[in-house]
Design a protein around this ligand. Structure first.
Ligand code: BTN
Length: 235
């Protein structure tokens, strides 16, 4: 089931309300515009008209053994794979954990919010793509709009293509994991690069990414490993 809204605070808010009411795995909430879009680490996510802003409800009983790290990467993979089939002239890459960028500027971001009671009740994934946003609107944000580079005129078709690709990749997990991880790693240009850890304000060097979605960093010559999304890096 897909819910469309013109202007709301955030598709995440509506997704939580619907998940609490018992709406099933796979329910999707889309908004043309969000007034309080949010990103990872409580950052604001600017969400004007023209973007593709949506959230999906996931129920653990339908997720097999897919943990957050895998889920985030499978979503990122599905978004990038789908976008690639409609792009002209540019090549996008990942920034760990699952930002999709062009030349260091953010094209898409993914936010996962998990709700536990006694155990995991549900996960909401929020996906934001600067699809046909006016480039002027986001020029100060280290963000990049695909407006002049995407060949698909209708963003609802793109949404359906992303959902189809995602469903296929979730269904085929874990048999497809090796191929997905390889694709991800090939499009991750930051191994060996210096980064700033934003929530710690210290420097780090990226050593590797791990098959379960984590990252290995060298911080003051000490090797540290972080789980999917456990740290915010700036390059
Ligand atoms: C990030 O990179 O920090 C994640 C950004 C996620 C943005 C999307 S837009 C749709 C959904 N609704 C929100 O408020 N946030 C997510």
């Amino acid at each position: 089931m897909i819910f469309y809204f013109d202007k709301i605070s955030s598709t995440m808010d509506i997704a939580h309300i619907l998940a609490n009411k018992g709406y099933p795995h796979g329910t999707v909430i889309v908004a043309e515009e969000q007034t309080q879009g949010r990103g990872r680490f409580k950052r604001k996510w600017h969400s004007p008209k023209g973007g593709l802003w949506f959230s999906i409800i996931f129920r653990p009983e339908n997720l097999k053994t897919i943990k957050a790290g895998f889920l985030g990467i499978i979503i990122g993979f599905s978004v990038l794979k789908t976008l690639e089939s409609f792009l002209k002239d540019i090549k996008l890459n990942f920034k760990w954990p699952n930002d999709i960028e062009y030349e260091g500027k953010k094209v898409a971001g993914i936010l996962l919010e998990s709700v536990y009671e006694k155990e995991l009740e549900y996960i909401i994934a929020g996906i934001g793509i600067n699809l046909q946003v006016d480039p002027e609107e986001i020029k100060d944000l280290k963000a990049f709009s695909l407006k002049n580079y995407i060949t698909i005129p209708d963003k609802n078709i793109l949404l359906l293509e992303i959902l189809k690709e995602l469903e296929k990749n979730l269904d085929n997990f874990p048999n497809n994991w090796k191929a997905i991880f390889e694709f991800y790693k090939n499009k991750f240009p930051y191994i060996g690069k210096e980064a700033i850890i934003k929530n710690k304000n210290s420097k780090a060097k990226v050593i590797d990414i791990t098959e379960d979605g984590g990252i290995v960093l060298s911080i003051n010559k000490k090797i540290e490993r972080y789980e999917w999304g456990g740290v915010s890096l700036e390059f």
